[in-house]
Design a protein around this ligand. Structure first.
Ligand SMILES: [Mg+2]
Length: 109
């Protein structure tokens, strides 16, 4: 599976199936999912902690740090998908609606 050959719906299904088969969706609640998303976002941020902003892109050249970044990006996506599933949010539609709203608020130059 890659971005090029996978739809958002396919990836959502994969995340939900994986989670359900491990009982992770049993008793799930919005607060815990939102907290998990925030924690995973913080773990992603932690990778850049104490790195000067001018050098933040150097994470790309550090195999260990870059691997960690990939994993935390996946974790963030994972919980975003689970929140969307929990509330039956169509993520694609939500992103498009928000882009439309932002286009009015922030017109292109
Ligand atoms: Mg993590």
């Amino acid at each position: 599976m890659t971005d090029e050959n996978t739809t958002v719906a396919q990836l959502r299904r994969a995340v939900q199936d994986f989670s359900a088969k491990r009982g992770w969706t049993d008793g799930e609640n919005a607060k815990d999912l939102a907290m998990a998303l925030a924690v995973e976002s913080a773990e992603l941020l932690e990778i850049f902690m104490w790195i000067h902003s001018d050098r933040a892109d150097s994470v790309r050249d550090d195999g260990r740090a870059f691997g960690h970044l990939r994993e935390e990006a996946a974790d963030v996506f994972w919980y975003l998908v689970r929140i969307c599933e929990h509330f039956d949010i169509d993520l694609t539609r939500a992103v498009c609606d928000k882009a439309e709203k932002n286009a009015v608020k922030y017109p292109a130059r």
